[in-house]
Design a protein. Structure first.
Length: 316
């Protein structure tokens, strides 16, 4: 039996990863303190004979009896609303949490994958962003708690690889969307869909010219699994290269939800990146991976989930 531990396993990304690992025959140990994760995301796995849930803060020592083959470290608040609400916890899980998870990987002599982020590139001065770009990050700005936590996490991961010989992997995740995102986590898709489905004004920050590249969750998880199974130790971008302005993205959501909403503009948040697009040449070359789901298809796949969540909220 292959044993995989997923920290942050009840979150948006982590829960989909748990599903994928179980589909591959793994026994999955999901660890989450539920600060931003939700029991709803893993409810369908409770009772599965190859799934175990441990409610635990990964910044504290974690004892696991099983012999582990893989650790996927996904624990962290990941949206601006979350890491601005929990700045200290975000810094702690990126530093202490990563340290604890790496220590467990060293003890179990298993492979370790860090879920890092495109936020390591900050507000980039090169476009698209390649893995050898060091970034343009404001360490003392409000977003710095997340950016620097992840940059430290990458540094300690590489230190464990070089000094202790731990088999480590680092994925830099670009904007991802799909079912199980929280309606009010502050990210573009759930915000736009909620406003559009309730015929509210759809809020676009700045003039909407800032760009993002949105990757559907299934594509992302495929890439992450391929990276873990590869021999690549240094960071790899996983994301969709199809770039779109936030304004055009909002218009597309309004169209696909058949909404009557109008778009309004508000001030751009501090240090909000103006451009964000991954160079995925390395992922194509090393992992033989590239995204398959087009944006319109991905949004359409997501709409039924969000429609159900909106209806539940209205009913409550």
């Amino acid at each position: 039996m292959t044993y995989s531990l997923v920290t942050g396993g009840a979150g948006f990304l982590g829960s989909h990863l748990c599903d994928h690992l179980i589909s591959k025959g793994h026994f999955v140990i999901c660890v989450d303190n539920l600060i931003t994760g939700s029991p709803d995301n893993i409810a369908h796995l409770i009772g599965h004979d190859r799934f175990k849930f441990i409610r635990h803060d990964v910044t504290e020592f974690l004892y696991v009896t099983e012999d582990l083959d893989y650790i996927f470290h996904f624990a962290s608040p990941a949206s601006p609303i979350d890491y601005l609400k929990f700045p200290i916890q975000t810094l702690k899980v990126g530093s202490l949490g990563t340290h604890k998870a790496l220590g467990l990987a060293k003890n179990k002599q298993c492979r370790f994958l860090l879920a890092s982020t495109s936020e390591c590139y900050g507000d980039p001065l090169v476009h698209p962003q390649t893995e050898d770009y060091w970034g343009n990050v404001n360490p003392i700005g409000p977003r710095g708690v997340y950016d620097e936590a992840k940059r430290f996490a990458e540094a300690i991961t590489m230190a464990y690889h070089r000094h202790h010989g731990v088999a480590t992997r680092i994925v830099r995740i670009f904007n991802t969307y799909g079912p199980r995102m929280r309606l009010h986590d502050g990210r573009a898709l759930p915000a736009f869909i909620f406003q559009a489905m309730t015929d509210q004004e759809v809020t676009v920050f700045g003039d909407g010219s800032q760009t993002r590249s949105f990757c559907y969750i299934d594509d992302l998880i495929r890439g992450i699994y391929a990276l873990m199974m590869s021999d690549e130790n240094e960071p790899v971008n996983i994301g969709n290269q199809a770039e779109i302005s936030i304004l055009d993205f909002a218009k597309e959501v309004i169209r696909l939800t058949d909404s009557k909403s109008k778009i309004v503009f508000e001030a751009l948040p501090v240090d909000d990146p103006k451009i964000r697009q991954p160079d995925i040449s390395k992922a194509k070359r090393v992992l033989n991976w590239e995204p398959e789901v087009e944006l319109v298809d991905g949004i359409n796949r997501s709409i039924p989930y969000f429609k159900k969540k909106v209806q539940q909220e209205i009913a409550d």
